[in-house]
Structures are given as structure tokens and as C-alpha cells.
Design a protein. Structure first.
Length: 352
């Protein structure tokens, strides 16, 4: 009998430099105009995931930002309401290899203009404090009353057992800022870790790879173990993305694409594997949701006073209610988290 030869037809991963350049050109020059706040948001996010992952960008990729960098002082003076975006992009460009020293000067200008005093949100104040500290103004570690309020918020784990995406994203970003994106131990405590686990469990049930990727990254930043099943699920979502060059308006899933690949970079997986070109690109994820969260919530609500916080009891009831694939996905979420029953006790809202 002849030898069986295994053939691998998987597509080769394009060189990192060309991928970086294509993405930089896409976000910096082709998806939106520079005066659009969404341009600031997209580019701040693209650069941030590379800087916090310890990456450098090639000179060709960085060249996409020359026009922005040369005029950033004027932008800050005219658009002070966007100072956090402008500082973030400038500081990240310099950290990623851009030659220049404007970041510290812009931080000094923002500090003297007292722009942080206009912030109402503790989360925004925390982000601003981190940015100014990168420019040499203020301590690198968040401290005092601001830190205490942030820690109190993230330690209320019951909050994160319920669908509330705004609160969940604030949770992950608070951990990012307290830890300086993993550069220091944030020492967040057991209840805050449980908050992340609750938020991640809910994100998996909802099939929200964007949020689940951020939760995984926040756990990494807090120096906590991350369920391998979570990372594998996010990885699979990232690999299924379709990236195409299109001239249509960029209303797409770019943020989820970036966060999936951010986690891939952090965990040592393959990132940005799709073929890209330096033009306007659209990022679309594969939709095929089981609708577990909605079906689960509606069923529990209809049970009214028959609703029970005991997961094992409710699981038997749900097996005959949810579709086969939806129920299997729910069991996947259960298997990934040893304290799933504790999560469900809050999620069920059975107590009076």
C-alpha cells in the first residue's frame, strides 16, 4: 500500500508589514475624512491595539499618518472636545515608531487648558489621567478617590450578570486603565474578577465576540487565567471575517474585527490573516446567531413567579424550550465557567 500524503491547502498568512500598511492606509486615508470624529475613533482604536500589544509599525504604515501628525497642534486647538482621541493617536504613533516629540507638548497644552475638568464621567477622567501620565503629567497609577470609585463599580459583580453592554465595556476599560493595559498589576480583587467572568459568560451566551475579546484581554491585563474556550471561540469568529475592498459607506463590523485580532496578538495566535489592500476596506463578520440570550430572557420572564435561581433545575426546563443548537451553545457557556450556577442565580432574577 502506498504512503498517504496529507496536503495542506490553507492559505499562507500575508507578511505582517504589508498587512499593517494596508490597514493603516485604509483607516487613515480611505474609510473616512480626517475631520470626522469617527475617523478619530477608528484610528485611535487601530493604533491602540498595536501599541498595547507591544507592536511597532513599519515606516510605510506610519507614513499614512504624516498629514495628521504635522497638523495635530491645530486640530487640538480647534477641536479640544476631542482631546482624548488626539492625544491617544499622537502618543501611540510615537510609541509605535513615529519620529517626533509632540505627544508631551500636547499633553502639557491639554493640562494647562484644564480640559480634564470638563469630564463628567469617571471612566473618561481615568482615560485622560492615563494619557496625561504618558506625556509626563501626573502619576502613572490611578489613585485616590477616582481609583476608589472605579474599584467600587467593578466589584459589584451582580451588575455584570445582566445584559448591559455599556456597563460591561466600562468594566473592561476600567481594568485597562488601572493596569495600564497589563503593564502593572491592578490588584482588582476577587469580586472584580468575578465581574469579568460574569460579563464574559454573558457575552458568550449573546455571541458577542467584540465584548468577549475585551473581557479576555482585561483578564490578561489583570493577570488572571482566561478560559481557553472563550479565546478559541473568539479566534474562530475572527478567522471567519470577510474583508473586501468596497467603495460603499463603511458601516460594518470593523471594531469586532479589531478586537478579535487584538486578542489574537495578545495570546500569540495568528492575527489579520485575511488578504488586504491599501484602500477602503469593509469588515463583515459571519452572522448566524442562535439568539440564545433573547430566547433565554423571554422564557425566564414568562415564567414569572415560577422562575428559579437554581441552574440545575432551570436547565432541565430550558432543554425542552430552546432549540437544539441554542441549548448546545448555552451548555458551552456553562462548561467554560465553573461558577456558572452563581452567574445564573443573578441572571434569573428570581428573588423578590
Amino acid at each position: 500500500m502506498g504512503t498517504v500524503i496529507q496536503l495542506d491547502f490553507s492559505k499562507p498568512v500575508p507578511p505582517q508589514d504589508s498587512q499593517q500598511t494596508a490597514l493603516a492606509q485604509c483607516f487613515a486615508r480611505h474609510r473616512r475624512i480626517g475631520d470626522d470624529v469617527f475617523w478619530l475613533k477608528e484610528n485611535a482604536e487601530f493604533l491602540n491595539i498595536h501599541e498595547t500589544s507591544g507592536q511597532k509599525l513599519s515606516a510605510q504604515a506610519l507614513s499614512a499618518y504624516e498629514v495628521f501628525y504635522n497638523d495635530v497642534e491645530n486640530r487640538l486647538r480647534f477641536f479640544p472636545q476631542y482631546y482624548r482621541f488626539l492625544l491617544s493617536i499622537t502618543l501611540d504613533l510615537e510609541a509605535l515608531g513615529f519620529e517626533g516629540g509632540k505627544g508631551a507638548q500636547l499633553c502639557d497644552w491639554a493640562h494647562r487648558a484644564q480640559l480634564v475638568d470638563a469630564e463628567l464621567s469617571d471612566l473618561q477622567r481615568a482615560e485622560a489621567a492615563r494619557l496625561l501620565a504618558r506625556g509626563g503629567i501626573g502619576p502613572l497609577a490611578l489613585e485616590g478617590a477616582l481609583s476608589a470609585r472605579l474599584r467600587r463599580f467593578i466589584s459589584h459583580s451582580a451588575t455584570f450578570s445582566l445584559p448591559n453592554k455599556k456597563a460591561a465595556y466600562e468594566l473592561t476599560h476600567i481594568v485597562f486603565y488601572l493596569s495600564d493595559y497589563g503593564r502593572r498589576d491592578p490588584d482588582i480583587g476577587a469580586e472584580a474578577v468575578r465581574s469579568l467572568m460574569f460579563a464574559g459568560t454573558l457575552a458568550l451566551i449573546d455571541e458577542n465576540a467584540d465584548l468577549l475579546a475585551e473581557v479576555c484581554l482585561a483578564l490578561r491585563a489583570a493577570r488572571q487565567p482566561v478560559p481557553r474556550a472563550w479565546e478559541a471561540w473568539v479566534e474562530a469568529v475572527g478567522l471567519r471575517f470577510q474583508v473586501t475592498a468596497e467603495a460603499s459607506a463603511p458601516i460594518d463590523d470593523y471594531h469586532e474585527y479589531l478586537t478579535c485580532n487584538w486578542l489574537a496578538m495578545a495570546s500569540g495566535g495568528a492575527s489579520f490573516v485575511q488578504q488586504m489592500s491599501p484602500e477602503r476596506m469593509i469588515f463583515r463578520k459571519s452572522h448566524g446567531h442562535h439568539g440564545v440570550l433573547r430566547a433565554l430572557s423571554e422564557h425566564l420572564y414568562q415564567l414569572a413567579d415560577r422562575r428559579h435561581e437554581d441552574w440545575l433545575a432551570m436547565r432541565r426546563d430550558l432543554e425542552g424550550t430552546l432549540g437544539h443548537e441554542a441549548y448546545a451553545h448555552l451548555l458551552t457557556a456553562e462548561a467554560a465557567y465553573p461558577e456558572f450556577d452563581r452567574f445564573f442565580a443573578h441572571f434569573a432574577r428570581a428573588r423578590g
